[in-house]
Design a protein around this ligand. Structure first.
Ligand code: ITT
Length: 182
């Protein structure tokens, strides 16, 4: 089964290919549009609909992913607002704002079925702790994220992320539904 993935983020694309070996995932070359004030789920739905529309895709499946880092002490900030935050404060700047470094990653994947124009959303989350960057693997905050129960970051050991992550959980839920559809 072919799924077009509307993303400008090569790390997400690689993970989806690795985590969903049963699907042929191709990048949909289109700029994603991301409203800044809503939930991950609303943003992912908006992203997938606008991407399919702007690229003129009218058959098959299109997916989009919106993910974010939610810091417990900041009541879940910055969540979906990563781009403005990173521009002003920077990834490592985040560590200077907090005492308690507990945080979660959350992922929302929206899947558009172009036949009936319905969008289904699949979510996942992963708890952990933020640390000064270690390792160079992965992307984004991976070098700063220690998943719960581990003492190495995703930047040092990607195999942990391949086994269990916010994106993996969402992709697995999506894979189940696609299998059910046959
Ligand atoms: P799209 O084209 O798919 O929208 P994006 O990079 O803009 O790609 P998001 O808005 O979903 O994606 O995510 C914003 C940032 O959050 C992203 O650039 C990373 O810095 C961080 N992020 C998201 N998922 C991550 C993950 O699995 N590991 C580390 N950082 C992540």
């Amino acid at each position: 089964m072919r799924i077009l993935f509307a993303t400008g983020n090569s790390g997400k694309l690689e993970e989806a290919r690795q985590m969903l070996p049963g699907a042929e995932i191709q990048r949909l070359e289109v700029e994603t549009v991301e409203p800044q004030e809503k939930s991950l789920s609303e943003i992912s739905k908006y992203k997938v609909r606008t991407a399919a529309e702007n690229a003129g895709v009218d058959s098959g499946f299109v997916m989009a992913d919106d993910s974010g880092l939610f810091v417990d002490e900041l009541n879940g900030f910055h969540g979906p607002l990563s781009h403005p935050f990173e521009e002003k404060v920077g990834k490592e700047g985040l560590l200077e704002l907090i005492h308690d470094r507990s945080a979660s990653f959350r992922c929302s994947i929206a899947l558009l079925d172009c036949e009936d124009r319905e969008v289904e959303v699949f979510t996942g989350s992963e708890k952990g702790r933020l640390v000064p960057p270690r390792g160079e693997k992965g992307f984004g905050y991976d070098p700063m994220f220690l998943p719960e129960g581990s003492d190495v970051t995703w930047g040092e050991d990607q195999s942990q992320k391949e086994e269990s992550s916010h994106r993996k959980e969402a992709l697995q839920k999506m894979a189940q539904v696609l299998d059910l559809r046959g």
